[in-house]
Design a protein around this ligand. Structure first.
Ligand SMILES: [Zn+2]
Length: 262
């Protein structure tokens, strides 16, 4: 990572009108959350969940809920890990950028709630949030303590629809309200920060392409080269928790030079 690149990235970000972040598993991994896939993946160890998990849920939501409450295998390990996980310097850097009025919003593929814990407020969670529940009929989100589990499956207090975990299952469509926010943000965005995501899985993969298509800026932070690297204006190879705090410092320096403090 060269200082010149940090300076260049800071300049591009400050010259942009609408900066949006897109984050993926790489950011979570730096908070010691195991990835699903790869050599150390949870699913590599416990086996992949069924690709039609949502259809199983719809066919028998009561049994799905009973299994969820028991939490066996990887579900237990994942839940315990997520409950303990804390934001890392990458999360705090992104929260700082939002507070400075530079980052307009964040689209994340992560379900771990850590962006919210770090202080970001405008977040679209494409794959949901493990700490919340959601009605599959009206998309209302609930804290777990708001929903009684005495009768399974639990029902939505607003519309009596079936309530499930907010985490998007295999085979489940991305909730339309979240997808609309993402599309709206991507259409306004002229500079996207791609952090810890290979931007390989749709719909997330479409957003940087959309920004690129209208000659917007793409800045990538990833340990590895990705499919999108060659399309990026700048690509940092490194840990998000090291690159992003330096980028925030670089932006602050530029703002001081130009006499406007954040
Ligand atoms: Zn409902």
């Amino acid at each position: 990572m060269e200082n010149d690149d940090i300076e260049h990235a800071a300049r591009l970000i400050l010259a942009s009108q609408y900066v949006v972040g897109l984050t993926g598993a790489g950011v979570s991994v730096e908070s010691s959350i195991r990835p699903f896939r790869g050599p150390d993946g949870l699913w590599t160890e416990y086996g992949e969940p069924p690709m039609d998990g949502y259809q199983h849920f719809l066919a028998d939501p009561k049994t799905s809920w009973e299994q969820r409450i028991k939490r066996e295998g990887y579900a237990r390990e994942l839940y315990e890990t997520l409950m303990k996980a804390k934001p890392n310097p990458a999360h705090y850097a992104l929260a700082g950028l939002e507070e400075m009025g530079i980052l307009r919003s964040l689209i994340t593929q992560n379900v771990d709630n850590l962006h919210r814990a770090a202080g970001n407020r405008k977040i679209a969670e494409i794959h949901g949030n493990f700490s919340k529940l959601r009605c599959i009929q009206c998309n209302s989100r609930y804290e777990p303590e708001e929903i009684s589990l005495e009768i399974l499956p639990p029902r939505c207090p607003r519309c009596n629809g079936i309530v499930k975990s907010d985490t998007v299952m295999f085979g489940e469509p991305i909730p339309v309200d979240v997808l609309e926010i993402c599309q709206d943000e991507a259409s306004k965005c002229d500079c996207m920060l791609l952090v810890g995501t290979s931007a390989f899985v749709y719909p997330a993969a479409g957003f940087p392409l959309q920004v690129k298509g209208k000659e917007g800026i793409l800045i990538e932070v990833n340990l590895y080269e990705t499919e999108i690297t060659s399309s990026c204006n700048i690509s940092f190879r490194g840990k998000a928790g090291e690159v992003l705090p330096r980028l925030v410092e670089g932006i602050k320096v530029k703002l001081q030079e130009s006499g406007s403090s954040p």
